[in-house]
Ligand binder design. Structure first.
Ligand code: ADP
Length: 155
């Protein structure tokens, strides 16, 4: 059974994330979407909200939260692969650093990158939050339950 972990903040999940989850699910027997509990990164949605939104959007996929070292979490889950998405060149530096650091700590765990679909190359959670905060329509950018939640927040 080949398990992959797709970790991220998912604050909130967007159509870009969804696309990565769907494509990773074609490659692995089991994909665990792992929501990072990162106290140093301020998030708009609580950990529980972020997990719940993903569960609503991708039924059948395992969604969990975790804190501590990602490679430790992956080991616990029996996962040999970490999946990340890549958009523009601007993602590269951070992802490169993270992948090499994780490899240093856990040489048997591989990070693989799925290139974004051209439809989502500009799409980020922070962009979505900014648009929603200004009263813009995000229904084309995020799954329906997320759009609903963002709209509720703005009211
Ligand atoms: P993090 O805080 O860990 O970067 P994010 O939720 O912002 O968490 O992103 C999780 C992963 O999904 C990252 O690898 C990021 O590059 C990727 N990602 C985010 N948005 C998109 C998108 N529109 N298309 C493809 N990958 C994406």
């Amino acid at each position: 059974m080949k398990t992959a972990i797709y970790p991220g903040s998912f604050d909130p999940i967007t159509n870009g994330h969804l696309d990565i989850i769907k494509r990773a699910s074609e490659l692995f027997d089991r994909v665990i979407v792992a929501v990072i509990k990162n106290p140093s990164k301020k998030s708009q949605f609580s950990l529980a909200d972020r997990v719940e939104m993903i569960k609503k959007c991708v039924p059948g996929v395992i969604v969990e939260s975790f804190d501590g070292l990602l490679v430790e979490y992956a080991r616990q889950k029996g996962a040999k692969t970490i999946v990340r998405g890549l958009r523009a060149v601007s993602d590269f530096d951070y992802e490169f650093q993270m992948a090499l650091t994780n490899r240093k700590m856990a040489p048997t765990i591989e990070t693989i990158f799925l290139m974004t679909d051209y439809r989502y190359s500009y799409l980020s959670s922070s962009f979505v939050k900014q648009i929603a905060a200004l009263g813009g329509d995000v229904s084309e950018l995020v799954p329906a339950p997320v759009a609903k939640k963002l709209k509720k927040r703005g009211e």
